[in-house]
Write a protein that binds this ligand. Structure first.
Ligand code: KG4
Ligand code: ZN
Length: 342
């Protein structure tokens, strides 16, 4: 009989609960975003994020069980992201997960949230071929991982400063848009794709697989300061998308160029012909289109999930946990939470 897992993800500002049958069948995957709760502060407030997780987590679990049409006795293991993330937020998910595992008498499985992102592809396309290069482009991480098998991977590139998603959010904010900036920048990139202001493409020609996006963010700040389009005493002077659109589109071209060129270069150097892309920024239609075009030019097998599985969700966490459960890799109630990638 296939094992059924209940997974929880409260790493940052989304509360998500999923129920998975076997390794691929999503019975429920419910996510509540907190973006509106933090809007007035211009960024996520950690203390508020923890409280919001606490307010909704039990309701989400009840809803997920209803949606999956099972009760707790049908759950074989509990999965939870226990790193990386905001410590207070992680502890809400971890404490609820431990209470469930203890009262149900079933194993708990701690999951690295970043390692889970590529499993969005397993949910959508079935098992991926190994070896594979995973590009994870999330709000807090930009990583290239050379995966030889499940649970056996090496990080071969990461950002030395801001993550790509973080840079996109900050630049969107600079031009007056609320969090999350990704969807608005992506929309501009699709609608104004013909424009190309010459913004920097950081570390593009460096001889390693690392990324850096804070210089690009600074270049956008300088551009705005010096542009006649903007009035520093009234940042809203140019609030017409027709004027900002081409700027955001050109900015995003720099981001996608760097992500695509560095990913394919890393794949080539490591002899990898399978590539997976995942993480919130991968929900971008523009990024997807460019990855698809480049992969077909190079005869690379590309795994790219639908956008609802790119952004944070507990199904990807439960999917990785299902593979661990099958391999007998479970944890116990001494499991702890860690804010950083270990
Ligand atoms: O993976 P994720 O949901 O959270 C983290 O693990 O950090 O990623 C969040 C990032 C943010 O930068 C957000 O602006 C971006 O994903 N994002 C998008 C879209 N939806 C969210 N970027 C482009 N297009 C979208 N539709
Ligand atoms: Zn994430």
């Amino acid at each position: 009989m296939l094992a059924t897992g209940l997974g929880i993800d409260t790493t940052f500002d989304d509360t998500s609960v999923s129920i998975l049958r076997g390794k691929h069948e999503i019975l429920a995957n419910l996510t509540l975003s907190q973006y509106k709760d933090h809007e007035e502060f211009g960024g996520v407030v950690p203390e508020r994020a923890s409280r919001k997780h606490l307010e909704v987590i039990h309701l989400l679990i009840d809803e997920a069980l209803k949606k999956a049409d099972i009760n707790f006795t049908g759950i074989d293991y509990i999965a939870v992201s226990n790193y990386p993330g905001l410590l207070g937020s992680l502890l809400v998910g971890l404490t609820v997960a431990k209470s469930l595992a203890y009262s149900l008498g079933c194993p708990i499985i701690g999951i690295n949230h970043v390692e889970a992102h590529p499993y969005a592809n397993v949910l959508e396309h079935g098992e991926m071929n190994f070896p594979i290069l995973h590009l994870v482009v999330a709000g807090g991480h930009t990583l290239l991982m050379n995966a030889r098998d499940h649970f056996d991977y090496e990080i071969i590139g990461s950002t030395v400063d801001d993550a790509a998603g973080e840079c996109v959010d900050k630049v969107a904010k600079l031009f007056g848009f609320p969090m999350p900036g990704g969807p608005i920048v992506d929309k501009a990139a699709i609608e104004y794709s013909g424009y190309d202001y010459d913004f920097p493409r950081p570390l593009l020609n460096k001889n390693n697989h690392n990324f850096s996006f804070s210089g690009l963010k600074t270049a956008m700040m300088r551009f705005k300061e010096n542009s006649m389009l903007f009035d520093s005493s009234d940042p809203k002077k140019t609030d017409k998308i027709d004027e900002i659109g081409p700027i955001l589109a050109s900015f995003f071209k720099s981001v996608t160029d760097v992500l695509i060129k560095k990913t394919f270069k890393a794949a080539e150097e490591h002899g990898l012909s399978n590539i997976s892309v995942s993480g919130g920024l991968a929900a971008s239609r523009k990024l997807r289109k460019e990855f698809e075009e480049e992969s077909s030019r190079r005869a690379v097998k590309l795994y790219y999930p639908k956008s609802s599985l790119c952004t944070d969700n507990a199904a990807m966490v439960t999917c990785l946990a299902a593979h661990r459960f099958e391999a007998g890799l479970v944890d116990d109630l001494s499991l702890d939470a860690f804010p950083n990638l270990q």
